[in-house]
Design a protein around this ligand. Structure first.
Ligand SMILES: [Fe+2]
Length: 207
Protein backbone atom coordinates (compact mmCIF):
# COMPACT_ATOMS: atom_id res chain seq x y z
CA UNK A 1 0.00 0.00 0.00
CA UNK A 2 1.43 3.39 -0.96
CA UNK A 3 0.42 6.18 1.41
CA UNK A 4 -0.48 9.53 -0.13
CA UNK A 5 1.95 11.94 1.48
CA UNK A 6 1.96 15.30 -0.29
CA UNK A 7 5.34 16.96 -0.20
CA UNK A 8 6.02 20.54 -1.16
CA UNK A 9 9.48 21.60 -2.23
CA UNK A 10 10.31 25.25 -2.71
CA UNK A 11 11.92 26.19 -5.98
CA UNK A 12 14.93 28.49 -5.51
CA UNK A 13 14.23 32.18 -5.92
CA UNK A 14 17.11 32.49 -8.35
CA UNK A 15 14.98 30.69 -10.93
CA UNK A 16 12.58 33.65 -10.82
CA UNK A 17 9.83 31.67 -9.13
CA UNK A 18 8.80 31.21 -5.52
CA UNK A 19 6.08 28.66 -6.19
CA UNK A 20 6.09 25.24 -4.59
CA UNK A 21 5.85 21.95 -6.42
CA UNK A 22 3.72 19.29 -4.74
CA UNK A 23 4.65 15.68 -5.36
CA UNK A 24 1.64 13.42 -5.13
CA UNK A 25 2.04 9.83 -6.18
CA UNK A 26 -1.48 8.85 -7.00
CA UNK A 27 -1.66 5.27 -5.84
CA UNK A 28 -3.64 4.62 -9.03
CA UNK A 29 -1.22 2.15 -10.50
CA UNK A 30 -1.03 -1.54 -9.68
CA UNK A 31 2.11 -2.41 -7.76
CA UNK A 32 4.14 -3.99 -10.60
CA UNK A 33 3.81 -0.83 -12.68
CA UNK A 34 4.82 1.35 -9.75
CA UNK A 35 7.94 -0.70 -9.27
CA UNK A 36 8.79 -0.49 -12.96
CA UNK A 37 8.39 3.29 -12.77
CA UNK A 38 10.68 3.30 -9.76
CA UNK A 39 13.31 1.45 -11.73
CA UNK A 40 13.20 3.94 -14.60
CA UNK A 41 13.30 7.10 -12.49
CA UNK A 42 15.95 5.83 -10.14
CA UNK A 43 18.22 4.65 -12.89
CA UNK A 44 17.99 7.54 -15.26
CA UNK A 45 17.64 10.65 -13.21
CA UNK A 46 19.54 10.09 -10.02
CA UNK A 47 22.99 8.58 -10.44
CA UNK A 48 23.66 8.53 -14.17
CA UNK A 49 25.90 10.95 -16.09
CA UNK A 50 22.86 13.03 -17.15
CA UNK A 51 21.24 12.86 -13.73
CA UNK A 52 20.49 15.63 -11.29
CA UNK A 53 23.34 14.66 -8.95
CA UNK A 54 25.91 14.97 -11.74
CA UNK A 55 24.45 18.26 -12.96
CA UNK A 56 24.31 19.91 -9.55
CA UNK A 57 27.87 18.98 -8.58
CA UNK A 58 29.25 19.83 -12.03
CA UNK A 59 27.82 23.36 -11.99
CA UNK A 60 28.71 24.00 -8.35
CA UNK A 61 32.28 22.94 -9.20
CA UNK A 62 32.61 24.90 -12.45
CA UNK A 63 31.33 28.13 -10.90
CA UNK A 64 34.78 28.79 -9.37
CA UNK A 65 36.58 29.09 -12.71
CA UNK A 66 33.98 31.36 -14.36
CA UNK A 67 35.52 34.74 -15.27
CA UNK A 68 32.62 37.03 -14.28
CA UNK A 69 30.59 37.37 -11.11
CA UNK A 70 27.41 37.05 -13.17
CA UNK A 71 28.52 33.72 -14.64
CA UNK A 72 29.51 32.47 -11.18
CA UNK A 73 26.07 33.46 -9.92
CA UNK A 74 24.26 31.67 -12.76
CA UNK A 75 26.18 28.43 -12.18
CA UNK A 76 25.63 28.66 -8.44
CA UNK A 77 21.89 29.28 -8.90
CA UNK A 78 21.36 26.49 -11.42
CA UNK A 79 23.55 24.06 -9.45
CA UNK A 80 21.45 24.79 -6.37
CA UNK A 81 18.23 24.26 -8.31
CA UNK A 82 19.54 20.92 -9.57
CA UNK A 83 20.05 19.90 -5.93
CA UNK A 84 16.38 20.69 -5.37
CA UNK A 85 15.54 18.55 -8.41
CA UNK A 86 17.53 15.71 -6.88
CA UNK A 87 15.27 16.00 -3.84
CA UNK A 88 12.19 15.89 -6.09
CA UNK A 89 13.45 12.81 -7.98
CA UNK A 90 14.44 11.18 -4.68
CA UNK A 91 10.95 11.75 -3.30
CA UNK A 92 9.34 10.25 -6.40
CA UNK A 93 11.47 7.13 -6.49
CA UNK A 94 11.15 6.54 -2.76
CA UNK A 95 7.38 6.79 -2.94
CA UNK A 96 7.31 4.36 -5.85
CA UNK A 97 9.32 1.74 -3.96
CA UNK A 98 8.05 2.31 -0.42
CA UNK A 99 6.01 -0.64 0.83
CA UNK A 100 6.49 -2.78 -2.30
CA UNK A 101 6.03 -6.52 -1.94
CA UNK A 102 8.93 -8.93 -2.44
CA UNK A 103 7.03 -10.49 -5.37
CA UNK A 104 6.78 -7.14 -7.19
CA UNK A 105 10.43 -6.33 -6.48
CA UNK A 106 11.53 -9.70 -7.88
CA UNK A 107 9.29 -9.35 -10.93
CA UNK A 108 10.86 -5.98 -11.73
CA UNK A 109 14.38 -7.42 -11.50
CA UNK A 110 15.22 -5.32 -8.46
CA UNK A 111 16.40 -8.24 -6.30
CA UNK A 112 19.94 -6.88 -6.30
CA UNK A 113 18.83 -3.44 -5.18
CA UNK A 114 16.67 -4.90 -2.45
CA UNK A 115 19.41 -7.21 -1.19
CA UNK A 116 21.80 -4.33 -0.65
CA UNK A 117 19.54 -1.35 0.01
CA UNK A 118 16.02 -2.58 0.90
CA UNK A 119 13.84 0.46 0.06
CA UNK A 120 16.67 2.97 0.47
CA UNK A 121 17.81 4.92 -2.58
CA UNK A 122 21.13 4.39 -4.33
CA UNK A 123 22.95 6.52 -6.89
CA UNK A 124 23.46 4.36 -9.95
CA UNK A 125 23.15 4.50 -13.74
CA UNK A 126 20.68 2.40 -15.79
CA UNK A 127 23.02 -0.59 -15.56
CA UNK A 128 23.37 -0.37 -11.81
CA UNK A 129 26.87 1.16 -12.02
CA UNK A 130 27.40 3.45 -9.02
CA UNK A 131 27.65 7.19 -9.57
CA UNK A 132 31.20 8.38 -10.10
CA UNK A 133 32.98 11.72 -9.78
CA UNK A 134 34.19 11.16 -13.37
CA UNK A 135 30.76 12.52 -14.43
CA UNK A 136 31.74 15.89 -12.94
CA UNK A 137 34.37 17.28 -15.25
CA UNK A 138 35.63 20.84 -15.53
CA UNK A 139 38.36 21.98 -17.91
CA UNK A 140 38.87 25.39 -16.33
CA UNK A 141 38.13 26.92 -19.74
CA UNK A 142 34.84 28.80 -19.27
CA UNK A 143 33.83 28.61 -22.94
CA UNK A 144 34.43 24.84 -23.12
CA UNK A 145 32.68 24.26 -19.79
CA UNK A 146 29.62 26.33 -20.73
CA UNK A 147 29.33 24.40 -23.99
CA UNK A 148 29.39 21.19 -21.97
CA UNK A 149 26.59 22.55 -19.79
CA UNK A 150 24.50 23.43 -22.83
CA UNK A 151 24.87 19.87 -24.08
CA UNK A 152 24.14 18.46 -20.61
CA UNK A 153 20.86 20.39 -20.41
CA UNK A 154 19.77 19.14 -23.83
CA UNK A 155 20.63 15.56 -22.86
CA UNK A 156 18.72 15.96 -19.59
CA UNK A 157 15.71 17.29 -21.52
CA UNK A 158 15.87 14.36 -23.95
CA UNK A 159 16.05 11.82 -21.10
CA UNK A 160 13.03 13.42 -19.39
CA UNK A 161 11.11 13.17 -22.67
CA UNK A 162 12.00 9.48 -22.89
CA UNK A 163 10.88 8.97 -19.30
CA UNK A 164 7.59 10.77 -19.98
CA UNK A 165 6.95 8.31 -22.84
CA UNK A 166 7.70 5.39 -20.50
CA UNK A 167 5.77 6.65 -17.47
CA UNK A 168 2.58 4.84 -16.47
CA UNK A 169 1.54 7.14 -13.64
CA UNK A 170 -0.01 10.53 -14.56
CA UNK A 171 1.24 12.03 -11.30
CA UNK A 172 4.81 10.96 -12.05
CA UNK A 173 4.41 12.30 -15.58
CA UNK A 174 3.44 15.73 -14.16
CA UNK A 175 6.66 15.83 -12.16
CA UNK A 176 8.68 14.81 -15.22
CA UNK A 177 7.03 17.53 -17.35
CA UNK A 178 7.94 20.16 -14.77
CA UNK A 179 11.55 18.96 -14.56
CA UNK A 180 11.83 18.87 -18.36
CA UNK A 181 10.70 22.50 -18.57
CA UNK A 182 13.38 23.52 -16.10
CA UNK A 183 16.08 21.90 -18.27
CA UNK A 184 14.92 24.05 -21.19
CA UNK A 185 15.16 27.17 -19.00
CA UNK A 186 18.65 26.16 -17.84
CA UNK A 187 19.73 25.73 -21.46
CA UNK A 188 18.57 29.27 -22.21
CA UNK A 189 20.35 30.72 -19.15
CA UNK A 190 23.61 28.95 -20.08
CA UNK A 191 23.31 30.28 -23.64
CA UNK A 192 23.01 33.85 -22.36
CA UNK A 193 25.90 33.26 -19.98
CA UNK A 194 28.10 31.93 -22.78
CA UNK A 195 27.51 35.07 -24.85
CA UNK A 196 28.26 37.30 -21.87
CA UNK A 197 31.45 35.40 -21.02
CA UNK A 198 32.68 35.49 -24.63
CA UNK A 199 32.00 39.22 -24.77
CA UNK A 200 34.03 39.71 -21.60
CA UNK A 201 36.92 37.57 -22.88
CA UNK A 202 37.00 39.40 -26.24
CA UNK A 203 37.43 42.81 -24.65
CA UNK A 204 40.76 44.49 -25.28
CA UNK A 205 42.96 44.67 -22.24
CA UNK A 206 45.20 47.66 -21.51
CA UNK A 207 48.07 47.37 -19.07
FE1 LIG B 1 19.19 21.49 -15.56
Amino acid sequence: MFPLLPLSISRPEATHSTKTFPINISGLLPEPLKIQDFSRQQNHKSGGPEGELSASLRYLNMRYSMPTSRAKAVLTDIGTEELAHMEIVGTVVYKLLEGASIEAIKAAGLDGHYATHDSALFWSDPNGVPWTAAYVSATGDPVADLHENLAAEQKARAVYENLICLSDDPCVTDVLRYLREREVVHFQRFGETLMQVQECMNQKRFY
